[in-house]
Design a protein around this ligand. Structure first.
Ligand SMILES: Cc1cc2nc3c(=O)[nH]c(=O)nc-3n(C[C@H](O)[C@H](O)[C@H](O)COP(=O)(O)OP(=O)(O)OC[C@H]3O[C@@H](n4cnc5c(N)ncnc54)[C@H](O)[C@@H]3O)c2cc1C
Length: 336
């Protein structure tokens, strides 16, 4: 249980960051520069990846702790707001250490009162720092889950009596391809899948939405989604990725209950009310207003053709697929 783990984690004294290593004891680089990605035999990535390395990571951490951390609780679920730390790839690759990040949150918490105009605002700012720390605790939690249950990489954490009848035929491969390409006709899903290709990153709220869409609306095994994310995410981390996918598929620890299925249209409406995030990543919808984007599934073909002729109609009916997923999970649990 995450909440129990988090309480224990919160009350533990945290270790100090290590001192910087002695440069003379590090590996020597011959010549002037490190080898390029081409020298190492890899193709240049297609995605535009944010600058890497410890200086860049520290820059991101400082900028975040100077302002956005105090709005994190309110803004973190809105993908157009750029309100999160964007430290995931740094934490994954070790270009910044978790102890350094945690220490910076102590500083941010101590400074919370200085910019706040009132005692209530200072409390809100401190709560917001705590909310950020909770996300760091999720990272610790999933690392523990993986350490003590290494089989979760390939198997459900939570067993279902009859096994889940993931789809294998009846158009499943075409739907999986449409999901990967960001061409499902569900704007928030497609925006997320295209952000993944463009930036090797996806906002957390949208990761949850696209993962729910794949495992529930399309009833495709979470392992397919995990493999795709593993290939494309710059921050791919076995423990966090697996934890996120198993949560969405209702097979993990603290998992989303199988009957609580995200509605991609209402999620889009709630978390991208102005359609800003969708328009950024789905150029076919760039000139379309938010109302049309959020009612895309309800429009007739003629209306859709007029608004955005190059953007597809929804590939599935969410209401029907929702029912089908619930029935499938009920059978998996041992029901008729
Ligand atoms: C299906 C799915 C797959 C995911 N795959 C990955 C993955 O491969 N690698 C990865 O680091 N995160 C993964 N996450 C968690 C989360 O989406 C990212 O950590 C977050 O979006 C990274 O952006 P950020 O650094 O701005 O996060 P912030 O909101 O600023 O959070 C700070 C840090 O806390 C950690 N964190 C935040 N949320 C979570 C979470 N839910 N679970 C575990 N750690 C978290 C990350 O290290 C993150 O950098 C996944 C989530 C889902 C739903």
């Amino acid at each position: 249980m995450f909440s129990y783990f988090r309480r224990k984690w919160r009350d533990r004294e945290k270790a100090e960051p290590y001192a910087a290593p002695d440069a003379d004891r590090l590996a020597e680089v011959e010549g002037d520069a490190l080898p390029t990605i081409g020298d190492l035999g890899f193709d240049e990535p297609d995605a535009q990846i944010r600058s890497a390395g410890t200086d860049a990571a520290r820059g991101r951490l400082d900028a975040f702790c100077d302002g956005a951390i105090y709005r994190y609780e309110a803004d973190r679920d809105y993908p157009a707001r750029d309100a999160t730390s964007r430290l995931s790839a740094d934490l994954k690759w070790g270009t910044i250490g978790i102890r350094e990040v945690y220490e910076a949150t102590e500083g941010a918490k101590a400074d919370a009162a200085s910019d706040a105009g009132s005692a209530d605002a200072a409390d809100d700012a401190r709560d917001s720092v705590e909310e950020f720390r909770s996300q760091l605790a999720w990272r610790e939690f999933y690392a523990h889950v993986l350490f003590f249950n290494p089989n979760v990489v390939a198997e459900n954490y939570r067993a279902y009596e009859n096994g889940i009848d993931w789809r294998s035929g009846d158009g499943r491969d075409e739907e999986l391809l449409a999901w990967k390409a960001g061409e499902t006709g569900y704007p928030i899903v497609d925006a997320g899948m295209r952000q993944l290709r463009r930036e090797a990153y996806m906002h957390n709220r949208v990761r949850m939405i696209v993962a729910s869409f794949l495992t529930k609306d399309l009833l495709v095994d979470w392992r397919e989604g995990y493999a795709h994310f593993r290939e494309h995410l710059a921050d791919h981390d076995t423990a966090n990725d697996n934890g996120g996918w198993q949560w969405a598929a209702s097979t993990g620890t603290d998992a989303q209950p199988y009957f609580r299925i995200f509605n991609p249209m209402t999620q889009g409406e709630r978390y991208d009310p102005d359609g800003e995030y969708v328009r950024e990543y789905v150029p076919e919808l760039a000139g379309v207003d938010a109302g049309t984007i959020h009612s895309w599934h309800e429009l007739g073909n003629e209306e859709r053709d007029e608004a955005a002729p190059d953007y597809p109609a929804p590939i599935v009916d969410h209401g029907e697929r929702r029912e089908r997923a619930i029935e499938t999970f009920e059978r998996a649990r041992g029901g008729e």
